[in-house]
Design a protein around this ligand. Structure first.
Ligand code: C5P
Length: 202
């Protein structure tokens, strides 16, 4: 039987951590859909046309190194505004969402466009300042020092592109459980998400 958990929200709000924890807790498969757009963005940075890159995307592209850099993130949010790029990635995401055994998908448009019929929908967010602080810490820990101002500017630029685009803009899906992680520990955010999904499964 399929059971889909749709988790949307802006960059660095804690969606990934929450999604992995929900998937592990309920024994569901997990797809980080941002990786699809990052993989297209990376191919575009290497000189390919965005639509051709999205149509030709292969499983191996999702495993390549270097998908987590700030440059690839910015390029991902540019290619993600192109309707034909989004269209090329829909079938894969829908099939994953409806796989037997159930799935968690996280992204920007999972509850609104990819899987509006998802049994559980969450919107995980936090203030831009808190998200920039967390992203800066991750970058420093990974050996990529950056300034807080630059990271905050990156977060805001990506928010603006993801929220203002015409095609599948970032929005909470109707009925989504809203979790603001600005003042929450990871454990508390995960507890809220698990409780919301448990309520939808009951
Ligand atoms: O989540 P992540 O930061 O990896 O996503 C990279 C970019 O991919 C986002 O800024 C967004 O523009 C795009 N994206 C999207 N729809 C999704 C997932 C990601 O437009 N479902």
């Amino acid at each position: 039987m399929s059971f889909t958990v749709a988790i949307d929200g802006p960059a660095a709000a804690g969606k990934g951590t929450v999604s992995r924890a929900v998937a592990a807790h309920f024994g569901l498969a997990h797809l980080d859909t941002g990786v699809l757009y990052r993989a297209v963005g990376k191919r575009v940075l290497a000189g390919e046309d965005p639509v051709a890159a999205a149509c030709a995307l292969r499983a191996e592209d999702l495993e390549v190194a270097g998908l987590r850099t700030p440059e690839v993130a910015q390029e991902a949010s540019k290619v993600a505004a192109i309707p034909q790029v989004r269209a090329a990635l829909v079938d894969f995401q829908r099939a994953f969402a409806r796989r037997a055994g159930g799935a968690v998908l996280d992204g920007r448009d999972i509850g609104t466009v990819i899987c509006p019929e998802a049994e559980a929908k969450l919107f995980v967010t936090a203030s831009a300042e808190r998200r920039a602080e967390r992203r800066l810490k991750e970058l420093v820990e990974a050996g990529h020092p950056a300034s807080y101002e630059n990271v905050l500017a990156d977060v805001r630029a990506r928010d603006a592109r993801d929220t203002d685009r015409a095609e599948a803009p970032l929005r909470p899906a109707p009925g989504a459980v809203y979790i603001d992680t600005s003042e929450l520990t990871i454990a508390a955010a995960v507890d809220r998400a698990i409780a919301a999904v448990a309520a939808a499964r009951a």
